[in-house]
Design a protein around this ligand. Structure first.
Ligand SMILES: [Zn+2]
Ligand SMILES: [Zn+2]
Length: 123
């Protein structure tokens, strides 16, 4: 078994485009998975109830550098785990537009795009 070469620096807190705070981390031993999980901690049991085939929950270990997400492996993971768990983030924001710009906007798009006056050069 090969270990990742000290690459696991833990999870980063990010603001998703839907406005929620999420934890992002590459998790995995062989093939790392780019995980985006809700930052809200749940109990292991609550997270297990939310789990779906395509929505995993993650065991959160606190490390010096911050939270660190780990696979919930039934063989190694205690059913009565007392660590916080998080569940994969289900994004409610619409798919990003092809020409995404203006970061800092939070998923709410006005229907009419107003054009700055200086750009109207017809005439
Ligand atoms: Zn756990
Ligand atoms: Zn989102």
């Amino acid at each position: 078994m090969t270990r990742p070469p000290g690459s696991n620096g833990g999870a980063r807190r990010e603001r998703c485009r839907c406005g929620r705070t999420v934890l992002r981390q590459l998790v995995g031993n062989r093939a790392a998975l780019d995980v985006t999980a809700d930052a809200d901690p749940l109990s292991a049991a609550a997270a297990a109830e939310l789990r779906e085939p395509n929505r995993l929950d993650w065991c959160v270990r606190q490390r010096k550098g911050g939270p660190d997400l780990a696979w919930v492996d039934r063989r190694n993971h205690p059913a009565d785990c007392d660590r916080p768990h998080v569940i994969d983030h289900k994004c409610t924001a619409p798919a990003p537009a092809a020409h995404a710009h203006g970061r800092g906007q939070q998923g709410r798009r006005p229907r009419n795009t107003s054009v700055p006056e200086g750009q109207l050069t017809l005439g």
